[in-house]
Ligand binder design. Sequence first.
Ligand code: HEC
Ligand code: HEC
Ligand code: HEC
Ligand code: HEC
Ligand code: HEC
Ligand code: HEC
Length: 267
Amino acid sequence: MGTIGRRVAVVAISVIVSVSAGAETFGMRKQIPRPDAYGRVVMDSFATKAQVAPVVFDHWNHRNRYTCRLCHVDLGFAMRAGETGVREADNRHGLYCGACHNNKEAFGWEREERQGLTTKPVEACDRCHSVGKAITPEKDFYAVTQAMPKSGYGNHVDWLAAEAKGLIHLQDELPGITRKRKPIRYAGEVVLHAREFNMPEIVFSHTKHAVWNGCEMCHPEIFGVEKGATKYTMQDIFEGRFCGACHDKVSFPMNFDCRLCHTKDVF
Ligand code: HEC
Ligand code: HEC
Ligand code: HEC
Ligand code: HEC
Ligand code: HEC
Ligand code: HEC
């Protein structure tokens, strides 16, 4: 272990001790999900009550095509599992999942099936309402991600590199649904000071974040647009706020290597 590694390990232990109140999990997942299940959301606000199977939404199968911004800003999906309150009627009216799952952008709730000489629409509910059902998904995780650059955590895909190398192309709008917007470029790098002795500082890259998140995923709701305006601690992040609003859930996990963020040695 290098000197930074040792320091981080020491700090990690001291942080765990100092927040002993929540020390059992330290705000982190106890179980590491399989690569294909990282970023999976099971939606069941209404399904079970309405006697249909809960819905499985996988981020890997959507973030390889669309920006986070498109869904979480333009289409209005909440950043917490279960908070959107999507109803089947919304989808049929072209909102939420229905903005795409309309048999145009992606499969819909019915598909045409050939019966003799004619075709008839049959229900295709199970592709979404799949919990507890033996469904073979159209897109296999390992086949889709096979040629992508690898990482050792999360989906085991280096998403930034996959995008930078042109292996995936992120769509930031839906014709006829979202309004056209001019991309706002901002290349500022912000060095965030980790207010603790010996802890490497964090270099936050706007360029890398804006590819997926635009500006509105973070400003002004999560971070003020002024350096130092927003006060928070590592514990807040572990509890799922600030950087933790995305990291540890969909973006790379936090317990794998602290130096994925704490990159800048202060000595
Ligand atoms: C593109 C994905 C998708 C497809 C296809 C789909 N649904 Fe849903 N459906 C959802 C989502 C998301 C919810 C909200 C789940 C929740 O939070 O409980 C939902 C909820 C429901 C509910 C709960 C009650 C309510 O008012 O929302 C019913 C009933 C339902 N769907 C029936 C169907 C039927 C029947 C079909 C096929 C004809 C179907 N769905 C196809 C995504 C889908
Ligand atoms: C195709 C649409 C879509 C895209 C693209 C998308 N999301 Fe999501 N996201 C969702 C939906 C749907 C949910 C579940 C919302 C609910 O349950 O109410 C969700 C939930 C989340 C959650 C909460 C998860 C949890 O376990 O609480 C986070 C965090 C999140 N998304 C971050 C991201 C990030 C970061 C990106 C880009 C890398 C992204 N999303 C891309 C649709 C999308
Ligand atoms: C921005 C567009 C978009 C939105 C919004 C979106 N999807 Fe998708 N989704 C896609 C595309 C494109 C595919 C892959 C193409 C296909 O298989 O038709 C896909 C694939 C899927 C699959 C994989 C099915 C399989 O057999 O491989 C599921 C399940 C799914 N979406 C569920 C949902 C649910 C549930 C929601 C809403 C909570 C949602 N999607 C919102 C575009 C979207
Ligand atoms: C993933 C989250 C995220 C995204 C997306 C994001 N920012 Fe930021 N932004 C931050 C953080 C974190 C800071 C530092 C805040 C602090 O120090 O309190 C910041 C600071 C700033 C600052 C002040 C910088 C300084 O040095 O004073 C500006 C200006 C800014 N952002 C503009 C933008 C613009 C324009 C976009 C879109 C191109 C954008 N941001 C996208 C997280 C984000
Ligand atoms: C709105 C969601 C969101 C928030 C909030 C967010 N990130 Fe990210 N971050 C992403 C996405 C998406 C990526 C792409 C890689 C991935 O998904 O794992 C990323 C990648 C990164 C990377 C790798 C790129 C690089 O610069 O080398 C670092 C480091 C990082 N984030 C640090 C932070 C820090 C520190 C904060 C808080 C100040 C933060 N992030 C807040 C979504 C977010
Ligand atoms: C997603 C990015 C990210 C990851 C991963 C991350 N940190 Fe941080 N950390 C930050 C940011 C941003 C700050 C600055 C917050 C502040 O103090 O203003 C910070 C601050 C800290 C501080 C300073 C004191 C405090 O409580 O704010 C300590 C200690 C710390 N982190 C420990 C860790 C440890 C240990 C790990 C690995 C288990 C880790 N961090 C992983 C982003 C991250």
